[in-house]
Design a protein around this ligand. Sequence first.
Ligand code: C2E
Ligand code: CA
Length: 397
Amino acid sequence: MNKLINIFVLDDDPFTLKLLGRTLAKLGYGRVSCFERGDAALAAYEIPGCIPDVILLDLNMPSMDGIEFVRHLAERCFIGALILVSGEGERMLEATNKLIHTHRLSVLGTIRKPPTLAMLSAVLDKWSPHIVSKPFAASIPYDAETVDAAIVKGELINYYQPKVAVATGKIIGVETLVRWQHPLDGLVLPDLFIPVAETSGQINKLTRVVLKEALSQSKVWQEEGFSLQVAVNVSMDDLADVSFADFVAAEAKGLQPQSLMLEITEGRLIQNLSTVLDVCARLHLRKFRLSIDDFGTGHSSFVQLHDLPFDELKIAKMFTHHAWHDARLRAIFKSSLNLALQLGMEAVAEGVENADDWAFLRTTQCHIAQGYFIGQPMPAAALPGWMDEWQYRMKQQ
Ligand code: C2E
Ligand code: CA
């Protein structure tokens, strides 16, 4: 842990402020500035070279409260991390956490008052120079023309995230997650260009590029002796195109149809239900597998579950991560899982971010797990290395 990071502490209570300052000193952090007021902290922030790496922030302050302070940080495109310190209840901390995420700022963790040395040390240990948030100002979506040019120029590349069996840890397959290798901006995540492609009518072109590449990679894995199911994300607009089932069948020649999973999320309402039903039924007849993605969010819900022939149900990460700890999340997680089991579908838990999430999952009947704890999305070339490492980790357990 780098003890030279620049830390701001903001708390209106002089006693807590002193306690935090002293505890940080005991932990060996030398660059700590304490503030009783938000405006003073912001003034220090503006001094060249003073931008903090981490801010410990009290939520409940009389003049400028923590939520207003966060808004000012978002306006300044703060790229460090926040630690929330509060005497407020769990729900308040969670709501604030969510709000901070909507500003695309990073939260290292939350600390309930009174703070202890162990709590502070555990949260600060999570800091790494790679924790850099993506403030909105730096993440304005690209325009349709630029996205179209990227598709045509072949700048999209596929990453693959492992999906493993919960009971045995064995790798079942991968989910294809597209990235854009932007010549100036580096690797761009899909949230910044998929919605653009969807609204501008280019998603069909994009999906076909991603699918083609994923299927040819799948053939390479097959030749190398890896039996992996490859999942590809498709949007409802893809299924509203009558030629989609034939396109998939033509591209998947030489592969077992069961080895392709199409993950369907519905961000918007279905416009052309009869075509979508037609395409899904034909894909199903040809034994390609269909998955309802992010179940329980947006429009991915009971209506689709009833109407479309799904084989797999993916429980959204927001219901998996922390379900071990939060009774409300656990209730939603378990109902979604039961639904999948009752309907004879495979259940996949997304968002397995840490050892606690994984341990919880192992107590359930969920079939498959996916998440950062198991493996991050990676280029195809990194997968064999990940497999060795994962096998080693499973043996250690
Ligand atoms: P999704 O289908 O829900 O994909 C899972 C997202 O969660 C991925 O984000 C993945 O990197 C992230 N993730 C995986 N494990 C964890 C975890 O443990 N914790 C957390 N917090 N996140 C995790 P990514 O790659 O940024 O993709 C975002 C979304 O973009 C995807 O969400 C999917 O809806 C869409 N997308 C990606 N590739 C394609 C594509 O080729 N076509 C279409 N139509 N959509 C795509
Ligand atoms: Ca997905």
